[in-house]
Structures are given as structure tokens and as C-alpha cells.
Design a protein around this ligand. Structure first.
Ligand SMILES: [Mg+2]
Length: 271
């Protein structure tokens, strides 16, 4: 698939995520748009999957540790063919809907882990990657974590274990958008160099623009070549990426577009 095609898919997923929130009248659009390019590249170019057999033992795994950004993941699973027939209205966050505001693997096909209680993804991913080594399977485990989320101490327990066990089949993306629910990450914890911290634990760590599909693909390719330690790809991202009224405005961490804003989103994202 070409970079232009992947970009087009990412834009389509963005619009689907925004529509989901608009129709459901609740949700987290900013954090979803932030990772759209990473999700599109993983699900449409990189991951080995069988949408018709979501529990295929040799599939690559993805843990969306920042679970509240799930609208973009639901959009990707739907577009990739995990739901037959294709879902038209997601009923996001409605009682008994399979598309909850924080993803639940027991109710939604294609999810490898329940998430949303922040901080758990890296440690769980390390467990999955270790299980692959232990059972002789060659799947990769991908984790997407937020930069605010890394304040949870358990993240670093997972980072430590993954390095100790030389889990080169584990690739963690950090969505470094500079924001968390409350305020900026810098306001909350001061300056902290995420990449240096991963390197200090012995991870092969790259820093890229998380909206540059060429860079995302290249970083994943290098992470696949890397042997003997886990990989971290720190992505400089823009919260709300793709929408003029949403970019870098943390008010959109959680929020619902008005009718006018949704119309603008359709225009800006290419419908
Ligand atoms: Mg963030």
C-alpha cells in the first residue's frame, strides 16, 4: 500500500471516529485523532491478521493502553473487515453496545486486551511478548501508550521486565502529544525526556513524527530488524490532528462536536 493510500485511510478513520462521538454524544475525539496514522499503518500495512478469525493464535497483537482513544481503533477494525456486516452506527458508550468508551475484549471482536484503566498496557504487552517466546510463536505485540499515561508507575515495571527478558518482539508507541486529561504533561510532571528513559532501561528507542507515514513505516521496519531488546517508538503527535478546530486544544480531550463542527469535520477530512 502506498503512503498516500494509508494517509487516505487514516483520514477516513478520523472521520469515522468523530462521527462515532458526534452520534453517541460522548467520547474522546482528541486522543483518537492523535494516533490515527499509527493505527492506519499498523492495521492496513503491518500487522498480520485474519479478520474472519479474530482469535487466530499467530496474529499480531495490539494493546491500546490509552483505551479512551478507542473510537479510532473501532473504526480501523470495522474498515479492516472484522465486523460482518460492516457496522454503520456504533452506538458508542451506550449501555450494552459492544463499542464501549473504554474497550472490552469480552464484548468486542478484534480486541486483544481490555484497557482504559491507564498504565497497564506495557506490562500486559510484555507478558504477551514473553508468552510468544515461551510458546515458540513469532507474532509481534504492539502497544500504544499516552505520554500522560507514563506517569503510572506500573508502566516502568513493564519496561523493566521487557528489557530484562530481551523481548525484541514487543514494540511500544508513545503518543507524545504533550497533553493529558487535566492539563499539559509538562504542567503535571515537569520536563521529562521519555526517549532517554526508555534508553536508560535498555530499549532500542527511536523518535519520529507520528503523523508521517513514511517515518512510521521506517521505524517499524527498524524495530523488526532490532534483536535482543524491546523497541520504543516515541511519536511526536498533535492531539486532535486533522481538524482545524481541534488540533492542540485540550478541551477536545473529551467533547462532542456541534452540528456545524461535524459538518466542518466532513469537509476537512475529505468527505
Ligand atoms: Mg497525551
Amino acid at each position: 500500500m502506498t503512503e498516500a493510500e494509508l494517509h487516505k485511510i487514516a483520514q477516513k478513520l478520523r472521520l469515522e471516529a468523530v462521527r462515532m462521538v458526534y452520534e453517541g454524544k460522548d467520547g474522546h475525539p482528541g486522543p483518537a485523532l492523535s494516533i490515527a496514522d499509527i493505527i492506519a499503518t499498523l492495521y492496513f500495512d503491518v500487522m498480520r491478521l485474519k479478520p474472519e478469525d479474530p482469535n487466530w493464535p499467530d496474529r499480531d497483537r495490539l494493546i491500546l493502553s490509552k483505551g479512551h482513544s478507542c473510537p479510532i481503533l473501532y473504526a480501523a477494525l470495522n474498515e479492516r473487515g472484522f465486523y460482518n456486516p460492516k457496522v454503520e452506527h456504533f452506538h458508542l458508550r451506550e449501555l450494552h453496545s459492544k463499542f464501549q468508551g473504554h474497550p472490552s475484549m469480552h464484548s468486542t471482536e478484534g480486541l486483544d486486551m481490555t484497557s482504559g484503566s491507564l498504565g497497564n498496557g506495557i506490562a500486559i504487552g510484555a507478558g504477551m511478548a514473553y508468552a510468544a517466546k515461551f510458546t515458540g510463536r513469532d507474532y509481534y505485540t504492539y502497544v500504544i501508550t499516552g505520554d500522560g499515561e507514563l506517569q503510572e508507575g506500573v508502566c516502568w515495571e513493564g519496561v523493566n521486565m521487557a528489557a530484562g527478558r530481551k523481548l525484541d518482539n514487543l514494540i511500544v508507541f508513545v503518543d507524545r502529544n504533550g497533553w493529558q486529561s487535566y492539563k499539559s504533561v509538562e504542567f503535571t510532571v515537569g520536563h521529562n525526556n521519555i526517549a532517554d528513559r526508555f534508553r536508560a532501561f535498555g530499549w532500542y528507542t527511536q523518535e519520529i513524527c507520528g503523523h508521517d507515514i513514511k517515518a512510521i513505516r521506517a521505524a517499524i521496519a527498524l524495530a523488526h530488524e532490532n534483536k535482543g531488546c524491546p523497541s520504543c517508538i516515541v511519536c511526536d503527535d498533535i492531539k486532535g490532528k486533522g481538524l482545524s478546530f481541534m488540533e492542540n486544544d485540550n478541551a477536545w480531550h473529551k467533547g462532542v462536536p456541534t452540528d456545524e463542527q461535524y459538518a466542518l469535520a466532513q469537509k476537512e477530512l475529505g468527505e
